[in-house]
Design a protein around this ligand. Structure first.
Ligand code: SF4
Length: 358
């Protein structure tokens, strides 16, 4: 896949853009003032593979709490700022690795200039985070609505404002809850800037619906080579955002983390409890670090073929399963023991893949 080249921006120890692996990020849903709960969630996110997280900084107390969070966090922490530039200054002072500002609600140019000066002084980047829900009324009127043109215009205005302050340590996002609008906006923006792009479908919905909308929006752009970091926004546990992000990236061969599970939809030929087995295996492999492919197939029609292409797999037969390893049929598994036996084989194969550095 040809990725659009962007300039490289450092966020703490991370490098975003310039063809670097697409960075997976999330956002805490804890109260930032509750430092312990926030750190607990950051650790869970980190364990799931999250590389960068954002916390809300709605008031000065939250900006102060950031200090303890940043010190103990295993990953860089971004401060999410709206309305008040003084919160951005305090967050920078307290160690934020990046500041996210929304140009739609930070109207005072001199305030943005102060944030740029402070960020420059500390050597941290700013994300210009345009959101279709908060485009200035004058811009909406000028472009005849909330559309790709008004979104890009808002982003370019904020970018130029920072550039006038001699600040170019910028990452840009231009999100909408409508994947079609989001896709169109990012496409247009990517023709105009070479700053790294943070992709996301904002307010995408619940875990079930939001994953699909995010996969459509983020996945389409990534497949075109657009995007340097992604956040899947879900109404739910942010750890699910990280799992979803890797599923999108793995589908496009952009990142490898965790097991890829292939399973068939079942049909009238299925003579084993495949849905049960696939769901149980899916929940048990979640979070395992092995980079292997596991196939759970219903029958001998496509089953063995798919199972053979996987590192390990099972294909259903008449009330039992056939186990495949590295393309070769190994032995039969009874439907009573199939989950435990397959999990044992997954651990053996997975540990071997880690040992070989796969
Ligand atoms: S693999 Fe077999 S059971 Fe599964 S959908 Fe295909 S034909 Fe049906």
């Amino acid at each position: 896949m040809n990725r659009k080249m962007t300039r490289e921006i450092k966020v703490g120890s991370l490098r975003i853009g310039n063809g670097m692996p697409v960075v997976v990020q999330s956002m805490n849903c804890t109260n930032t003032l509750d430092v312990e709960a926030t750190l607990r969630q950051i650790c869970a996110l980190h364990e799931a593979g999250c590389e960068l997280t954002r916390v809300a900084v709605p008031n000065m107390d939250a900006a102060l709490a950031l200090k303890s969070i940043v010190i103990a966090s295993p990953i860089p922490v971004v401060a999410d700022i709206h309305f008040d530039y003084r919160l951005a200054l305090a967050a920078i002072e307290n160690g934020a690795a990046k500041i996210r500002i929304n140009p739609g609600n930070m109207k005072d140019e001199s305030a943005v200039a102060k944030v740029a000066a402070a960020a420059k002084n500390r050597g941290i980047p700013i994300r210009v985070g345009v959101n279709s829900g908060s485009i200035a009324t004058a811009v909406v009127d000028r472009f005849g609505g909330v559309n790709a043109q008004s979104m890009v215009y808002s982003a370019m205005n904020a970018i130029q404002l920072l550039e006038r302050e001699d600040f170019s340590d910028i990452i840009v996002s231009i999100k909408s809850s409508d994947p079609k609008l989001m896709i169109e906006s990012y496409r247009l923006l990517s023709q105009q800037v070479d700053y790294p792009l943070h992709l996301g479908v904002t307010e995408a919905g619940t875990v079930k619906e939001g994953v699909i909308r995010s996969a459509v929006g983020i996945g389409t752009l990534l497949a075109e080579g657009i995007g340097d970091t992604i956040r899947v926004s879900l109404t739910g546990d942010p750890v699910e955002e990280v799992h979803a992000a890797y599923s999108i990236l793995k589908s496009l061969g952009l990142r490898q983390r965790g097991i890829t599970l292939i399973s068939c939809p079942t049909c009238g030929r299925t003579a084993v409890p495949l849905i049960e087995v696939a769901n149980e295996i899916e929940s048990r492999i979640k979070g395992l670090p092995y980079n292997i492919k596991v196939a759970v197939m219903g029958c001998a029609v496509n089953g063995p073929g798919e199972a053979r292409e996987a590192d390990i797999g099972i294909a259903g037969g008449d009330g039992e399963f056939l186990l495949f390893k590295k393309g070769k049929p190994v032995r039969k598994l009874s439907k009573e023991n199939v989950i435990e036996e397959l999990m044992t084989e997954i651990h053996i194969c997975g540990k071997d893949s880690l040992y070989r550095g796969k």
